[in-house]
Design a binder for this molecule. Structure first.
Ligand code: SF4
Length: 225
């Protein structure tokens, strides 16, 4: 049973706040989310989103950080997650794939469903809100992403504090706070998922064009605008 329901009052609050958030900073959006939902907030983290992870860590260090361990990550991603978990003493939860995941090859909807969507749904149970690092500039599929919304799939509020940020905004934040970046960025990767289906960008300027190359697939099913 979800601990929060999309009543007309809540939906109208989200809509009004979302409009205001078009001009807010990520820190202001995060602060509102923690003030509104207190400890019932978790962040899903891929460890490409160190800027947002750092903000969450600064504002509310005990926040649960959910890392979707699909069983197919690059070793660099796993090592980097371990390093930041130790460095910041993160309250980290690693999900595991559903029992039938091995029956489905990478690229199928069922594979992402069993390794990402279903485990995240389990991890978010009992939460009122989750935080993601999606940005509108990530991909055309994310171009209309709101900063704040009701998430029908997982039945809770979804906060996207970086929705209006550019890649330059993220780069500036990392540099100005002397933060590390995912080690594969230095090798030219720009969007990093499971190793089997992640290449460097195939289209200049389209950071997700190295994901699921040759397949009719753009998203893993976690994010819908
Ligand atoms: S990216 Fe590929 S291996 Fe990873 S969960 Fe999705 S379909 Fe499966």
């Amino acid at each position: 049973m979800p601990i929060i329901t999309p009543t007309p009052t809540l939906l109208s609050e989200l809509e009004e706040t979302n409009e205001r958030f078009e001009r807010a900073t990520p820190l202001e959006i995060l602060q509102w989310t923690f003030d509104r939902f207190d400890d019932d907030v978790a962040m899903a983290c891929s460890f490409e989103d160190v800027a947002l992870l750092h903000m969450v860590h600064e504002l509310r260090p005990a926040t649960e950080i959910i890392f979707l361990d699909t069983g197919g990550h690059f070793s660099e991603t796993l090592d980097f997650a371990d390093q930041l978990e130790a460095k910041w003493s993160l309250n980290m939860t690693r999900t595991t794939p559903g029992p039938d995941a091995d029956a489905w090859p990478c690229g199928t909807a069922q594979c992402c469903a069993l390794r990402k969507v279903e485990p995240l749904g389990r991890a978010l149970k009992g939460r009122a809100a989750w935080i993601t690092s999606v940005k509108r500039v990530d991909a055309p599929t994310r171009a209309t992403m709101k900063t704040l919304m009701w998430d029908e799939k997982f039945e809770l509020v979804k906060a996207n504090p970086l929705a209006t940020w550019s890649d330059d905004d993220v780069a500036y934040y990392l540099t100005s706070h002397d933060l590390p970046e995912h080690p594969l960025w230095a090798q030219g990767y720009a969007s990093i998922g499971c190793a089997a289906m992640t290449l460097k960008p195939q289209v200049p300027g389209d950071r997700r064009s190295g994901r699921w190359v040759g397949l009719d697939k753009d998203e893993c099913g976690l994010h819908e605008a």
